[in-house]
Ligand binder design. Sequence first.
Ligand code: ATR
Length: 276
Amino acid sequence: MTQPLQYAVFGHPIAHSLSPKIQQMFAQQCSIELAYRAIDVAPEAFAATVREFFARGGAGANVTLPHKAAAFALAAEASASARRVGTANVLTRRADGTLAAHNVDGDGLVRDLAERHRTDLRDRDVLLLGAGGAARGVAWALLDAGAQTLTIVNRTAATADALVDAIGEPARVHARYWQDLASLGSYDLIINATSAGVLGADLQLPPSLVGSRALCYDLTYGPAAVAFLSWARAAGARYAFDGLGMLVETAADSFALWHGQRPDTEPVYQALRAGG
Ligand code: ATR
C-alpha cells in the first residue's frame, strides 16, 4: 500500500488549528488521498523540524504564527507576494528537494471580500489598524485590488511609517498617529490587523471611524474577533465580518499550489460556520 501524500501546518500554539479539517474537506471534494497534521514547534526548533518533515517525504506545509518569517528564510525560492511581504505561509517541496515559499494571506483576504462579501475594493478608502505581520501580509494585496487609498494606523508610529515606506506609494498610502484616530473622519472599509483581540486587550477605537456604508473586517476569527466586531456593529457598520472566510480562501490557495486544482470553498466555509 502506498503512503498518502504528507502535509502539515506548523505553528506554536497550533492545537486549535482548523487547517487539518479544511484540507481534509478539500481533499474529499477533489477525491485526493492525503495526510495533513498539525505540528506544534517552538521557534528554536522550527527550521530543523521543517527540514526533517520534508526530508521524510513531506510534500507541502502551511506555516502560521510565529514562524512565517522563519519559513520565508528557509526557502530557496519565493513567490513575488512572499518576497514583498517578507514572510511565507505556504511551503512546497520542489523536485530537487529544496523549498519554495508563498504568501497567500493577502489574496485570501481580497478573495473573501470580493467573492463572498461582494465588496469592490476599487472605490474604497481603507483604514488598516496595525502594522505588524498580519497587516504586512494584506497591505499590498489591498492596493493590487484597487483600493483608492490605504491609511495605516499603528499604536507604535514607527512601525506604520516603516510599512508605508516599504510600500512606497505616497499618493495612495499614508500613516497616521493612533492618538489622532478620533480626528481622521470616517472610512468605508476598516480592517483590524492588530493582535489586541488575540491578546484579550482593549482597542479603544472612536465610533466616528465608521462610515455609513462601512464594512469592518477582523483578520482573526472566533473569540479573538468578537470585541472588534461588537464595536463595529455598535458604531453603525453596515457589515462586520471575521476572518474565517479568509482562512478558508488561503487554505484553498495552498491546496491549489500543492494539487493543481482549487476546491470549491463555499461548502467548507458554510460547514465551519455551522460548527461542523
Ligand atoms: P501579528 O503577526 O498578529 O500581526 P505582530 O507582528 O506582533 O503580530 O503585530 C501585532 C500588531 O498589533 C502590532 O501592530 C501591534 O501594535 P504595536 O506595533 O504598537 O505593538 C498591534 N497591537 C497589539 N496589541 C494592541 C493594542 N492593545 N492596541 C493597539 N494595537 C495593538
